[in-house]
Design a protein around this ligand. Structure first.
Ligand code: SF4
Ligand code: SF4
Length: 324
């Protein structure tokens, strides 16, 4: 994808007194391992340093975005509910996992994986409430996303969030109808869980230099939702797509990010070296451009049909290097 004249990274509505750095809140350069803290897109009602920009972002949205956002909020009223009795017995968790994945696909999902819940997938102050996470990924319409950074891409992002939330809600209802607890979590506004670390453990993809998940099937051109449940399931393993092998030499997203928010090297974040995007540089531009999305669309993995070939080539290159 080629970015067509993106708006410059300067803007008129900058903070007069900038809030506490989002990078500091996120734990950039912090050696101690701690949980993530809310900083943006927060639905918990907490008062956060970046709330003013977050509220401004929701108020400047075009009607196409607002329409999907309202529908999403409305359907997420059904994220949890009463369990039907009697509870069905699960004697074969492998077969049940296959059935749940088939049900998710019948509902229209593109990617589905399962992982056991773990503490780091929760924001600070929350406790693990369910045994498993069913991670769901829905592709976005590439034609619309190629308009990024533009309102048309923003509408498509929110359409995908609404539809992946609907699938999560319906799947959770089906699980509760079996008598097992299940709660659906849709995006983009965060409450207690972090979708990306869960999706990495569930084998949906790997984190790329642009800070987003990369899958073999859709690159980064998809959106996530999650169902937490106690239904006995079997976890997937994280996948190795050789994403790092390419990110180490590719600089596409770094070069094309207008405010220069993407680090070329992994950073220390809350005690772990990983790809990280400079929050303070990205978010103002993200707000100015209705959600930006340049980095995820310029990524070669996001070109339709290219992921499986990239994977094959990178793996072949790795094997060759190991045999030399
Ligand atoms: S979303 Fe953020 S990191 Fe990605 S290109 Fe836009 S400004 Fe850069
Ligand atoms: S554009 Fe290149 S460097 Fe950036 S995430 Fe994609 S593969 Fe990695």
């Amino acid at each position: 994808m080629k970015v067509q004249d993106p708006p410059p990274p300067t803007y008129a509505f900058d903070y007069k007194n900038p809030p506490r750095s989002g990078n500091e809140i996120n734990g950039l350069n912090q050696e101690e391992k701690t949980r993530a803290r809310h900083v943006f897109h927060n639905a918990t009602g907490e008062s956060l340093p970046w709330n003013a920009l977050d509220e401004f972002f929701s108020q400047i949205n075009v009607w196409g975005v607002v329409k999907h956002m309202l529908a999403n909020i409305w359907q997420l009223r059904r994220q949890d509910g009463p369990l039907r009795e009697p509870q069905i017995k699960v004697e074969d968790p492998v077969a049940m996992t296959a059935e749940i994945k088939a049900r998710a696909r019948d509902l229209g999902i593109g990617l589905v994986g399962v992982t056991a819940m773990f503490d780091e997938a929760l924001y600070e102050g929350y406790e693990v409430s369910h045994r498993y996470a069913i991670c769901l990924g829905l592709p976005m319409d590439r034609k619309e996303m190629l308009q990024a950074p533009h309102e048309r891409a923003a509408v498509e992002v929110m359409r995908a969030y609404k539809d992946v939330s609907r699938i999560a809600v319906e799947l959770s209802e089906q699980i509760r109808a079996m008598g097992w607890p299940a709660k659906a979590y849709g995006n983009p506004n965060s409450t207690d869980i972090l979708h990306i670390p869960l999706a990495v453990r569930a084998g949906l993809g790997e984190l790329g230099k642009h800070g987003s998940l990369i899958s073999r099937e859709y690159g980064s051109n998809f959106r996530l939702a999650t169902v937490l449940t106690d239904l006995p399931l079997v976890s997937n393993e994280p996948v190795d797509l050789a994403v790092d092998d390419l990110c180490k030499s590719c600089r596409r997203c770094v070069v094309d990010c207008p405010p220069g928010a993407i680090f070329n090297e992994k950073q220390l974040v809350r005690g772990e070296k990983k790809w990280y995007v400079d929050f303070d540089k990205c978010i103002p531009y993200f707000v100015k451009t209705y959600g930006c999305a340049i980095c995820i669309e310029v990524c070669p993995w996001s070109e339709p049909g290219r992921g499986p070939n990239l994977f094959k080539k990178l793996m072949a290159r790795r094997e060759k290097q190991h045999s030399e």
